[in-house]
Design a protein around this ligand. Structure first.
Ligand code: NAD
Ligand code: FES
Length: 292
């Protein structure tokens, strides 16, 4: 069992928990994720790691209530425990293994949307700890939905907060702020965008026009998290990839976002999965424990 050390409500529907998971904390890197289950019957929920403390042996996760399983998770308190806490899964962010001197020469822009701010945080923190100050845009629908502002401020070179309704910070969506920064004369070598699929699609559309290489972190439906079930299949550069083992980070300009969003919807029902099986042929593994 994996004990919850701290549990905090960040907004009406977003929660933060610090969980005792020493082996995950020892091995994890920015960009990786965990799959958690509240109990033996519970749904497996993939969550990108928001923070880790190797000395304390803890992992911080941030999640939003989107269904019954996350609603149940939100009811857990400090002292309760998760049945499963599997990780670290997926590949670490590429920059972690890049030559540090080369990395220091790059101007990086991070674009975080809504709950996607949580997985952006450990990446910017890692860079800050290695002497690299990245610019960060954090977007939320409205002021009350903004998360981790203080934490991000402490590790970002420049932090630009934007709300869709103009209730706090700049006004408009993250894409507006990217365009504004470029218009103001800012130059970036690489952009990392993490948030809802629709946000990443439009960030990539813009950065392609701006000739700015962009990495995105995909979070399609995941079941096993080991490349076996096929649930997280995505098309990148015309090739079949599985977000859990080949990602979750990919070249955003190569991702077929429309297919990924459509597949995410279709995969939710048994009928939809049968349709995908017929459509995707041998590369469809069955999903959801149907392998036998
Ligand atoms: P949201 O809908 O509140 O959007 C956050 C921000 O994204 C907005 O404020 C806006 O600036 C930007 N955005 C949204 N639509 C846009 C568009 N069409 N063009 C340009 N910018 C746009 O976000 P939310 O409710 O926090 O997001 C929830 C979704 O994020 C869930 O579907 C969840 O699965 C996903 N998510 C993804 C990751 C990941 O790793 N990619 C991590 C956590 C959550
Ligand atoms: Fe990626 Fe199953 S979750 S293949």
């Amino acid at each position: 069992m994996y004990k919850i050390i701290n549990a905090k409500q960040l907004t009406d529907t977003i929660f933060e928990m610090e969980v005792e998971a020493a082996r995950v904390a020892k091995a994890c890197q920015p960009g990786q994720f965990v799959i958690v289950r509240t109990d033996e019957e519970g749904e497996r929920i993939p969550l990108t790691i928001c923070d880790y403390d190797r000395e304390k042996g803890t992992i911080t996760i941030v999640f939003q209530i989107v269904g019954a399983a996350t609603q149940m998770m939100a009811g857990l308190k400090a002292g309760d425990a998760f049945q499963d806490f599997v990780g670290p899964l997926g590949c670490p962010s590429e920059f972690v293994s890049e030559d540090l001197e080369n990395l220091k020469k790059k101007k990086m822009l991070f674009v975080a949307g809504g709950v996607g701010t949580a997985p952006v945080y450990p990446q910017v923190k890692w860079l800050h700890e290695h002497g690299i100050e990245a610019d960060v845009i954090v977007g939320a629908k409205t002021k009350d939905l903004l998360i981790l502002e203080k934490e991000m401020e402490a590790v970002a070179g420049n932090l630009y907060v934007t709300t869709d309704d103009g209730s706090y910070g700049r006004s408009g969506m993250v894409t507006q702020t990217i365009q504004d920064l470029v218009n103001e004369g800012k130059h970036y070598d690489v952009c990392v965008a993490i948030g809802p699929m629709i946000m990443m699609k439009f960030v990539c559309k813009l950065t392609k026009e701006l000739n700015l290489p962009t990495i995105v972190s995909l979070n399609p439906i995941m079941v096993d998290g080991t490349g076996m079930c096929g649930a997280c299949r995505v098309s990148v550069g015309g090739k079949v990839k599985f977000a859990c083992v080949d990602g979750p980070e990919f070249d955003g300009h190569e991702v077929d976002f429309d297919e990924a969003m459509q597949r995410q919807q279709i995969y939710k029902t048994a009928e939809g999965r049968a349709f995908l099986k017929a459509k995707e042929g041998a590369s469809h593994h069955g999903g959801c424990g149907n392998c036998n």
